[in-house]
Design a binder for this molecule. Sequence first.
Ligand code: C6P
Length: 406
Amino acid sequence: MSFDVAAIRAQFPILDQQVHGRPLAYLDNAATTQKPSAVIQAIQAYYQRDNANVHRGVHALSERATAAYEAAREKVRALLNARSVREIVFVRGTTEAINLVAHSWGTARLRAGDEILITGMEHHSNIVPWQMLCERTGARLRVLPINDAGELCLDQLPTLLNERTRLVGVVHLSNALGTINPVAEIIRQAHAVGARVLVDGAQAAAHMAIDVQQLDCDFYATSAHKMYGPTGIGVLYAKEALLDEMPPYQGGGDMIRVVTFERTEYNELPYKFEAGTPNIAGAIGFGAAIDWLGSFDMCEIAAHEQRLLQEAVSRAKAIPGLRLVGEAGHRATVLSFTMEGIHPHDLGTILDREGVAIRAGHHCAMPVMQRFGVPATVRASFALYNTSDDLDALFQALERAQAMFA
Ligand code: C6P
């Protein structure tokens, strides 16, 4: 399929609506993207034709549901270029994936005196589970700082990494700043001291190709809903050898082979980590989103979004009193800013009245706000269906807001 934005927009029925009497300009894609008809139809078709529980029934519907669920797993494997579907664990999303690793891998491995290194631009999902793990084990949380442009201070990495470092947690594409981190280089340095690396890819998968084998990361987490798929489903990729050694995260149905009151034998990978009835429709929708996204050239998507970002940055810089938060040399999809004299939340409300959907707040990255000395920012974030018309709506609304507050 060629990259034709009008044709793409036509596949998103939700975009064709008025909000407060204005055409919707949806610029909150880092929070969640909209879903194309192909994804909505895949979920509807599953519930209309195939709905049944998976891995359990002997009847035709259950076999169809199981086949569709496992086909989705294979699509996720291919998306990430994992070696095997045994390395693909379905979870609720990035948050659950990181909590799974912190509990299962972390609790068994970490001791007092060990260190976990994260970065100054992590989402709370890649901070709090590690803090909780430190409380349980006596390990210490250390932080790689960020510079004024919103880039990691990589020169400090060699001094922060040492033989006590057990795990490095790093975001691939920052939701608060848009920074794309050099994760391959961080992984290389972390492995040199024997640390494992978890990459938070919540924002990355919709905007760049991911290759977990090339990156050589130990864990990779992402959420379907930020890449045109449904909410409530995501993936934890982990190297098979690690998953093999990790104890289950939750106990229940499907994650067992044999249960007696004396002991339980766990199921093979990846089912050992999928206790209970999974989000079957969600996985199928995730698979449909991967198919849909795969019908485009990722380089063309990235180039389109980069053009929008560059246009947005130059228009933003022309506005007096507007301060950009995050100007990394290598960044994508996120325009985060404050405006002198207007609280970001007020700005968010005014923009909404103009039909412009953005996020105003700390973006679940409070330490980033603290680093830049702001309580919150306004964040516009772009997807492949956004156009210069959306930017016109955003910047006209910003001008109106400034006029109101002048
Ligand atoms: N960021 C945002 O508006 P979940 O909620 O589990 O799907 O993803 C959590 C998460 C983890 N890491 C990063 C970098 C993220 O951006 C997010 C979700 C949304 O920025 C909602 S807070």
